[in-house]
Design a protein around this ligand. Sequence first.
Ligand code: SAH
Ligand code: SF4
Length: 385
Amino acid sequence: MSTAELSFSETRAGSRRNLVGLSREALAALFGEAFSLEPKKARMRASQVWRWIYHFGATDFDRMTDIGKEMRGGLAERFFIARPEVVERQVSTDGARKYLLRMAPGTEVECVFIPDVGRAGALCVSSQVGCTLNCTFCHTGTQKLVRNLTAAEIVGQVLAVKDDLGEWPSNREDRRLSNIVFMGMGEPLYNLDNVAAAIAVIADGDGVSISRRRITVSTSGVVPEIPRLGETTNAMLAISLHATNDALRDRLVPINRKYPIAELLAACRAYPDLSNARRITFEYVMLKGVNDTDAEARELVRLLSNIPAKINLIPFNPWPGAPYECSSWRRIEAFADIVNRAGYASPIRTPRGRDILAACGQLKSESVKQRASERLRAQTAGPAS
Ligand code: SAH
Ligand code: SF4
């Protein structure tokens, strides 16, 4: 079987193994075993191959010219370096790019590249297919199919987008992909092992080299996993707060019934290495007549007063059948004004990629819908079209 026919999620093609997403240590162990190398030599090979995969974007062992020809042949016999298949790619008028990636038959995830966010541009990656937490304003939460993505499938999103942006080698001065946000489909703290393994690969300075302070993990509030996120990844934390009292948050973000606001904020205060340069981002979706009064803006500021925080007001992105509307622009500005006066700079998150339905909480479901309608069109058009 050629790698082109493979589904990315297969870790094996016949006797060959996909190397994407494995740690350096795992690579060294595989090479040590495959070629009977001493640990030191195996580690050296792992470093060379690592650099080719993550610094140069190689998918072919023949490019690895600092490795002898014979060894390259041996590697190609036993291993391969795969990419998820880009099923759809849409570019917004504002430069945002949305990708639908096929990991395996029937397993498709979306990720979105958003220019001019962070140092240069951010890639919003998915951590699960769908999501088990039914936040009432989120379209992803209405999807039935849910599974965790593997570390390889998370790293695969980054590699596929770097291919598309032409961002190899990774240390280019003019890189457009400078930040990663786990704000696509899924709850990353329900898949923390794989998320942490993926972050270790992405943050490695001899590869993709996106530093941990430019990687943000957003959670709806899985409180018991927040300390481990800090300890194992040292990534930046974002909290989907969306309400300032438990009665309302219970409704909007149902996991709040398990871990209420006071517990969530206590976990935030204990997050490692917080400072003015390392703040927690609090996301707050603006829902008309639900959570958008001046009193709530003041309460939000009060709640966060003893946490180094950034506030991100997200205009609600509507989806068909959604039970909410976005607050009016005037309301959002008035709310932002109060937040602003409390010392938080530019708190409104400009909606991006709206024309391609690339915005928060809209991922995947729309593309499924669209493709269903395409199928319908194809069916009704008949075989001649
Ligand atoms: N599950 C994680 C990360 C993915 S959601 C979490 O909930 O934090 C990323 C962000 O998009 C979250 O803040 C989420 O609350 C927000 N979001 C979801 N649906 C939205 C919508 N329709 N409009 C605006 N923001 C939305
Ligand atoms: Fe899941 Fe986040 Fe959507 Fe809630 S907002 S349903 S946690 S993806």
